[in-house]
Design a binder for this molecule. Structure first.
Ligand code: ZN
Length: 426
């Protein structure tokens, strides 16, 4: 068991180069790529009046020279500098409102350096306004910053009187806690965690009386159990992990008992595995979800509602949540865990892309999933694909595709812990 709080405290010590900034225009998006000397935490968001897109990274050194851009990038100017002693900011002045579709880190791969990729597209004023609170990435404000700027992160690029508090003092709509509450309470410092195996809790959704999504004779509960087992064997092969599964057979388990199981065993990560279903049969691809009080979009809010009804589906009544859990949820601990969960989700999304797995356009989304509410364990829910899509339902029923998914998830988990350890050593 290790403390992952270190993850976000390491930014002070490592300075990273931004070696190049490149743009590519596609029919449906503009892709901006930052070549970096390292992978790191980041955050990307938009601001209005005037329209801007902002990228924050831990201390970086600008080696990118002058950046080439054309009309199709919607970028009129680029400025960069230090936001404070720990964070570097790049501001892209925009000619018109844009919507960020995705932002993710791709680790070095052969000749290709570490990259931060931001996909965006032009949008209208209304959509922009509804999107502009969304922060992609998990870079946090640190202590001093939170203290000196209770409600605003200074934006050196604009008139000093302008407040950008709405956009920046929350992450995914969740207010950032006061400075001293950022550290998880469950800190294990006794043993050098680098040599310890991490415990991964795999949670195959549904089971028993609750089949989950179905398409003819294809049941979500069977697919996700098979995928969970494939992931377990992938993880065990590395020798780096221990694995416990909330269910190994076709049995029903209540959502709160899945969370309890993970906490009882003090898991280091919690991975819930599902397969989705939707009325539009053409929709396919994987997506990754994390916990948030406010949903990222209406579709995800609906999905969470559906998944949260698993207990009802099985005829089990909702109970008042554990007092302890309810209490901790109101506590700041959960914010830290939620940030770690988002970072974890990003590493898995990156891994899906690197491994050529099809994802939804916005692959990382969030909402109030009950099964992700362990207050002290970074948790994600993976919708491996859509059983409502005939081709994907078939694919999910094959061992080879499940193995491919399992490998991608495992590699996301590897990256997550690589990063944790690197920051622990710093
Ligand atoms: Zn499900």
């Amino acid at each position: 068991m290790i403390s992952i709080s270190m993850l976000f405290l390491g930014s002070r010590v490592f300075a990273m180069n931004i070696d190049a900034v490149r743009f590519g225009a596609y029919p449906d998006k503009v892709r901006m790529v930052l070549d970096l000397s390292d992978i790191s935490d980041f955050r990307v968001f938009t601001l209005s009046d005037p329209y801007r897109m902002v990228i924050d990274l831990p201390n970086t050194s600008w080696q990118a020279g002058t950046v080439n851009r054309n009309e199709q990038t919607f970028v009129s100017d680029i400025r960069h500098g230090k936001l404070n002693q720990d964070i570097s900011r790049i501001v892209f002045d925009l000619k018109q409102p844009v919507m960020i579709k995705a932002a993710f880190m791709l680790p070095q791969n052969g000749e290709k350096p570490n990259r931060l990729v931001v996909d965006y597209q032009k949008t209208d004023q209304t959509t922009f306004q509804s999107q502009k609170g969304n922060i992609f990435g998990t870079l946090k404000t640190d202590h001093e910053q939170t203290e000196t700027a209770q409600s605003t992160i200074p934006d050196f690029s604009v008139r000093p009187t302008e407040s950008s508090s709405v956009e920046t003092n929350t992450i995914a709509g969740i207010p950032l806690p006061p400075p001293n509450a950022m550290r998880p309470k469950r800190i294990h410092t006794a043993a050098p965690s680098v040599f310890k195996k991490h415990l991964i809790i795999i949670d195959p959704g549904h089971g028993g009386v609750d089949p989950g999504a179905t398409n003819g004779r294809i049941y979500e509960k069977h697919i996700v159990l098979a995928l969970a087992k494939a992931l377990k064997s992938e993880l065990l092969k590395t020798g780096r992990y221990e694995v416990k599964m909330t269910r190994e057979t076709d049995v029903f388990i209540r959502l709160k008992d899945r969370v309890k199981f993970a906490r009882k065993h003090e898991g280091d990560l919690f991975v819930s595995i599902h397969a989705d279903s939707i009325k539009k049969p053409q929709v396919h691809g994987s997506s990754i979800y994390t916990l948030s009080k406010k949903a990222s979009d209406a579709q995800t809010a609906k999905l969470a509602e559906k998944e949260n009804q698993a207990d009802l589906m099985a005829g089990v009544h909702f109970e008042v949540e554990d007092e302890q859990v309810a209490f901790i949820l109101g506590d700041f601990l959960i914010n830290d865990t939620m940030n770690q969960s988002k970072f974890f989700a990003n590493t898995v999304v990156s891994s899906f892309r690197v491994n050529g797995l099809h994802t939804l356009d916005t692959p990382h989304r969030y909402a109030g999933f009950a099964v992700l509410k362990a207050p002290d364990i970074p948790s994600i829910l993976i919708e491996a694909g859509f059983v409502s899509n005939a081709a994907e339902a078939k694919l999910l029923s094959t061992e080879s595709h499940r193995k491919k998914l399992a490998k991608a998830i495992r590699s996301g988990i590897d990256t997550y812990f690589d990063y944790v350890h690197k920051n622990e050593r710093n």
